[in-house]
Design a protein around this ligand. Structure first.
Ligand code: C5P
Length: 274
């Protein structure tokens, strides 16, 4: 239906009249076995989009563009297996939404996650680190870049096109790994470097020292560092406790929800850019 010319014409007319569309989304339809574009947006996405439309709060980032990376990357071993980091995408998605709320035009480059795309943001879905890098570089220039994704450090040199079969008595396959591109470092030293480049540092020890080293090495203006030791419950959880490391020093924020971290960071970004 959405591909039919009369439908397309009618949609264009309505959009021209200022009508906003939420969806259609791609995916499985109500009719069993049917899939494609035409699925109704999730209730949460509809609620977020309505909130976005009715929002008349100040927009200090209006006219500014932002790129945010979020989620893990999946590096294929073969068609059914991959190497990945633990990341739910909650913090990155919340930051993309918070920047959009302040008026920025946001492109979110997301690895595979199970949470919905934030409303009011253009989301590009990728799997591998190289795809994430290409999507980020393809969206430069940008005023702001925030790298929240947990990018896999390594990928398999040549992933197998067919599933690697386990044969009784065979030794496990030796995977030859190679380093993935460091997207934050590339952008931090790029000729089209955004005015504000922000990275994350998920650490399990020496959080501040590692964060400061990353600030230098990656050419970032700010590092948001946190302790992700399993006992903190931060990874996959709804709360976060971060330290903001910049040339100005270290600012330790109290424990708060990931949405609050995102809103506070977006406000700090707006303050730095205006
Ligand atoms: O070096 P490390 O992975 O700890 O650095 C974390 C920061 O660098 C995060 O902001 C992450 O998004 C970014 N990063 C990246 N590309 C990589 C590795 C990390 O953009 N290949």
């Amino acid at each position: 239906m959405w591909e039919a010319m009369p439908t397309k014409r009618n949609i264009a007319t309505l959009k021209g009249d200022g009508v906003t569309f939420i969806g259609p989304m791609a995916g499985e339809m109500a009719e069993k076995g049917e899939a494609g574009v035409g699925r109704m947006a999730e209730a949460l996405q509809i609620a977020e989009a309505v909130e976005h439309l009715l929002d008349d709060a100040p927009k200090p980032l209006k006219g500014k563009t932002a790129i945010v990376t979020s989620g893990p990357t999946h590096e294929p071993i073969d068609p059914v297996r991959y190497i990945a980091n633990r990341s739910s995408g909650q913090q990155g998605h919340a930051i993309a939404a918070a920047l959009a709320k302040l008026g920025a035009e946001v492109t979110l480059v997301s690895g595979p996650v199970t949470i919905p795309d934030p409303a009011g943001v253009t989301t590009i879905h990728v799997e591998r680190a190289e795809e994430m890098r290409d999507a980020v570089l393809g969206n430069l220039p940008s005023d702001i870049a925030v790298f929240v994704a947990a990018v896999a450090d390594w990928r398999v040199v040549s992933s197998s096109e067919q599933k690697i079969k386990k044969q009784p008595g065979d030794a496990p396959p030796a995977l030859q790994l190679t380093e993935n591109p460091d997207i934050l470092k590339t952008v931090g030293h790029h000729e089209k470097r955004p005015r504000l480049v922000i990275g994350f540092a998920a650490e399990t020890q020496n959080v501040e020292d590692n964060g400061r080293a990353k600030l230098q090495r990656k050419g970032a203006d700010m590092i948001v560092a946190n302790d992700v030791s399993p006992e903190t419950g931060i990874m996959g959880g709804a709360r976060n406790q971060v330290k903001i490391i910049s040339s100005k020093g270290v600012d330790a924020w109290p424990d708060m929800s990931k949405t609050e971290v995102a809103e506070r960071l977006a406000a700090l970004i707006a303050e730095r850019l205006t």
